[in-house]
Design a protein around this ligand. Structure first.
Ligand SMILES: C[S@@+](CC[C@H](N)C(=O)[O-])C[C@H]1O[C@@H](n2cnc3c(N)ncnc32)[C@H](O)[C@@H]1O
Length: 274
């Protein structure tokens, strides 16, 4: 199975998972705090600008578009594209009819040149194959001086949780057909790689680390893992065994209240089309 087929299958079966995992999680970026990564990305779009057009690339269930709609901003034109029918079905149900939604891929955007002032992409750029084609397409549909801004995954800091994850998960076989599935281009996961990818066509790149810090019970940590792709790659019957092996390894790190520190690192970037 290809990465594209895996992602379509996963998101058709479990639409809305990303928003469930991240919509209500406050984040810190340097000295700044935001209610969520979605709010950070939405803040790129100026309030009270004249005509403004925004594309949410890989919009999923439309949470980011809904956040922008909730501003009730005159002259804000919203569009979204995703390759999962299941996600788009949810997005259509929550969004206004005036918000355009298209089923398609980031590698072949169905809009003419210079259609958008802003392209936003929340937690999807690092999943995409042929990412140079994606960057070219973003460049093509952006107006001159338009911006491309994204939230992507980054390496988690060393912790008991990450150590336990690295100890347990590789022991389990992947489902037949999924052995070779790899997510996206590794360059999207580092600052240097993002700089390289965006250098043809973009300038004024801003990169910011984003931290999510939580205090969770081991079971709550496991619940976050069940929303991730990793667990869906291994066979369902092994899922329970992974849990049984994983939980004791992190129980020992819990404080008196039965919780431990849990951190996720993400990265924000924004760049301007030349
Ligand atoms: C982790 S989810 C994020 C969804 C949404 N942006 C959010 O944060 O709520 C990744 C989304 O990217 C979509 N996706 C991945 N690669 C894509 C591509 N090449 N073209 C269009 N959509 C893609 C998936 O279908 C899925 O909806």
């Amino acid at each position: 199975m290809s990465i594209v087929a895996f992602l379509i299958d996963f998101h058709n079966q479990r639409p809305g998972l990303t928003a469930i995992a991240l919509a209500d999680l406050p984040i810190t970026s340097g000295a700044q705090h935001y209610p969520s990564t979605y709010a950070l990305l939405a803040s790129v779009v100026p309030v009270n600008a004249a005509e403004t057009s925004v594309l949410d690339l890989a919009c999923g269930d439309g949470f980011l578009l809904a956040l922008l709609e909730s501003r009730r901003q005159q002259n804000l034109h919203l569009s979204g594209i995703d390759m999962s029918t299941g996600e788009l079905h949810r997005a259509r149900a929550r969004l206004q009819a005036s918000t355009e939604l298209i089923e398609g891929t980031a590698q072949h955007l169905p809009w003419p040149i210079e259609s958008f002032d802003h392209v936003l992409c929340h937690m999807a750029f690092m999943l995409m194959e042929n990412v140079e084609d994606v960057v070219r397409e973003i460049c093509r549909v952006l107006k001159p001086s338009g911006t491309f801004s994204a939230i992507v995954g980054a390496s988690a800091p060393p912790s008991v949780v990450i150590q336990a994850f690295k100890t347990v998960f590789p022991k389990y076989q992947r489902k037949p057909g999924l052995e070779k599935v790899r997510f996206g281009d590794p360059r999207t996961r580092s600052s240097e790689g993002i700089r390289e990818l965006l250098s043809p066509g973009f300038s004024n790149l801003v990169l910011k680390d984003v931290q999510i810090t939580l205090r969770l019970t081991p079971e709550e940590v496991w619940d976050r893992f069940t929303n991730m792709y990793d667990l869906s790659l291994i066979s369902v019957s092994d899922g329970d065994s992974v849990r049984e092996e994983f939980l004791p390894l992190i129980h020992s790190a819990c404080g008196a209240e039965g919780k431990l520190d849990y951190e996720e690192n993400l990265r924000y970037f924004s760049a301007q089309r030349c």
